[in-house]
Write a protein that binds this ligand. Structure first.
Ligand code: BG6
Length: 446
């Protein structure tokens, strides 16, 4: 197939998409042509060099050679129907049109594509954020539905290509130990935390219009929540898995339906993260401080199903935080006091580290040398994440025509619906925008 990347001049193509493709092609054989298109002037040779460099980050740059001859770059306004026709004509095979574009431009391209005869079997791959709110996501879904059938639409969430995120399913459904306690009777609360050391890294133009809530919680962390909380799918295919994920999302709402009490937002001020000094968010290039964009968001939700009613799920993600944390933490309910034992039996817990692939069970055992004094211990299991980058995994699904690991239309809408009350409360300033120094663990008391 031909992968036609719209917005190929951007950071995503260089940093994630092409290295992801390299990691896929170094393990699996696909006959692909890579066509780049963007407003920026660039020659075919420069485009080939970019592909070669991206391969070089992952494997031997010469592994790129077999894809270079057919690779093309076309300077174009990709919102123009005539130019889109030219781009599709430049594809040697059936195109995968990859929208590496901001949501408003994606919507314009989809409108223009209505005037273009798309070759049979054309697939569309769309980057997040999918729309800018529920209304625009619905409108985008309607536009897309007029272009190709839903099975040919791939809404990208690269967390669904992370091996540890997918391991949630195996861990839950293949172990008596977990599945039998995976409910509100045994579990007291769940946290999904993705705190990063990095700040804006030059992405101010994009990030300032997204913020932590849209950039991370509304997309990635809700997908993790869906896998954590779903019922076992009768078969592992795109219909069953995504239907069960969608069911969780449909049942999810802000805790107590109170977006003010259940959400927090903050942004970083100048500080030191490791050996890097970061300026205050408001002084980062491309930032309009008046937009009051948050760089740290925390929201608690409830999943209103028999299995989960009454269990708070807290989603949190921040930038420029002093400790890199990519964890799902499941806290069990405490056991009743055990007569005759000393020590404090802290409730057991299960921690999944999304990035390192570690699973840690926090358990209480008898103390060393004293059988009747309880102490805390940790059991650790570790799975190496494997060589394939999450973007490689996601691209594999697109090339295979299998949308198992992509976000279905209704799921994308539900993700917006869940946080609409929070967005509205933040817009009305009902939740204060707090501050934290870069390199700290966030505002006091979070
Ligand atoms: C991206 C967000 O989707 O995911 C980034 O836009 C974030 O802001 C990134 O840093 C986190 O994923 P990863 O794979 O880089 O840990």
């Amino acid at each position: 197939m031909s992968i036609l990347i719209l917005g190929a001049g951007g950071d995503l193509t260089k940093r994630l998409l092409l290295p992801g493709l390299a990691s896929l092609l170094s393990v699996h054989d696909y006959d692909v042509q890579v066509v780049g298109a963007a407003r920026e002037e660039r020659t075919d040779e420069q485009w080939r060099q970019l592909i070669r460099d991206s391969f070089g980050q992952i494997t031997d740059p010469h592994d790129a050679d077999r894809y270079l001859e057919s690779a093309r770059y076309i300077t174009a306004d990709v919102t123009d129907a005539g130019r889109l026709r030219d781009l599709i004509a430049a594809c040697d095979h059936t195109p995968i049109i990859y929208f590496a574009l901001p949501p408003t431009v994606t919507a314009k391209v989809c409108t223009a594509l209505r005037q273009v005869d798309l070759p049979e079997g054309t697939r569309l791959a769309l980057e997040k954020p999918f729309g800018t709110d529920l209304k625009s996501a619905r409108a985008l879904n309607r536009l897309i539905a007029r272009l190709v059938p839903e099975e040919q639409v791939f809404r990208i969430d690269h967390f669904l290509g992370m091996s540890m995120v997918l391991n949630i399913l195996g861990l839950r459904f293949a172990n008596q130990l977990f599945e039998s306690v995976w409910n509100s009777e045994r579990i007291e609360r769940v946290e999904i935390v993705y705190d990063e050391l990095i700040g804006l890294e030059g992405r101010g133009g994009y990030y300032d219009h997204a913020g932590a809530l849209t950039d991370m919680l509304q997309s990635h962390l809700l997908e993790v929540l869906a896998l954590l909380a779903m019922e076992e799918p009768p078969r592992l295919n795109e219909v069953e898995l995504r239907s069960n994920a969608a069911q969780v999302l449909r049942a999810t709402h802000v805790w107590d339906d109170d977006p003010v009490a259940s959400s927090h937002r903050a942004r970083y001020t100048a500080g030191q993260v490791g050996d890097r000094s970061l300026p205050s968010y408001a002084d980062e290039p491309g930032v309009d401080p008046a937009l009051e964009t948050e760089t740290l968001a925390k929201v608690t939700v409830e999943i209103d199903t028999a299995r989960w009613r009454g269990v708070p799920f807290t989603l949190r993600s921040g930038k420029a935080i002093g400790r890199y944390t990519t964890q799902v933490r499941v806290h069990m309910r405490p056991v009743p006091e055990i007569p005759g034992f000393g020590g404090a039996p802290a409730p057991d817990s299960i921690m999944l580290d999304v990035k390192s692939g570690a699973v840690e069970l926090g358990v209480t055992m008898n103390g060393s040398g004293d059988p009747f004094t309880l102490e805390r211990s940790t059991l650790v299991a570790k799975k190496e994440p494997g060589d394939m980058l999450p973007y490689g995994q996601v691209l594999r699904g697109i090339l295979d025509g299998d949308p198992l690991l992509s976000v279905r239309a209704d799921m994308a809408e539900e993700c917006w619906r869940i946080f609409e009350p929070v967005i509205a409360a933040w817009r009305k300033d009902e939740v204060p925008l707090e501050e934290y120094p870069a390199g700290s663990l966030g505002p006091e008391g979070w």
